[in-house]
Design a protein. Sequence first.
Length: 203
Amino acid sequence: MTRLRKACLGRTGFMAAAAALTLSGCVSLGTKPPDELLRLTPSETAPAGTTASGQLSEAIVVLDPEADRGLDVLRVPVTVDASSVAYLKDALWIEKPTRQFRSLLAETLRSRTGKLVVEGGDFEVTGRTLIGGRLIQMGYDSQKGAVVVRFDAIRTDRGGTPIQSRRFEAVVPGVEAKAKPVGAALNQAANDVARQVADWVKG
């Protein structure tokens, strides 16, 4: 191998190494996963083998709740004061909380009413009872040291019945501002609200 070729190969190797170092400063090849991936799980479920049948026109339809942008994300909001919101460190939802709450509420309704319950989609134009609303709060309140879930439910029944609306809330106090205890408290509070809504729908 000639001296010139060796010099060229050495220079090429140096340039490749320099390029790799430059690229590594711009692109992350891996990120540390959060300590906790949070999800909502129903504390009440329909027993295995339970069936509910009927016409879709007679079903209870649970719609996706609306939510502000600060809540409809994968991060867990922390209320700092009346005008400031931060996000809980090292905690992410496994799926947006609005969609998780919809599924939790639907399962709780199945368990408590024994009726045919479906979620969103095209069924919203055929169901007898539509349950929607707005998820106002689902996060941590640093001033109270508590987890708060607040939901403004809207119920619409076919047949000319007036639309009904009611606010439901659950508070779990004495929660440390860390991912694991906050996640457990959020699940507890969300289940509490879902049970309240189900009892309201059941009448």
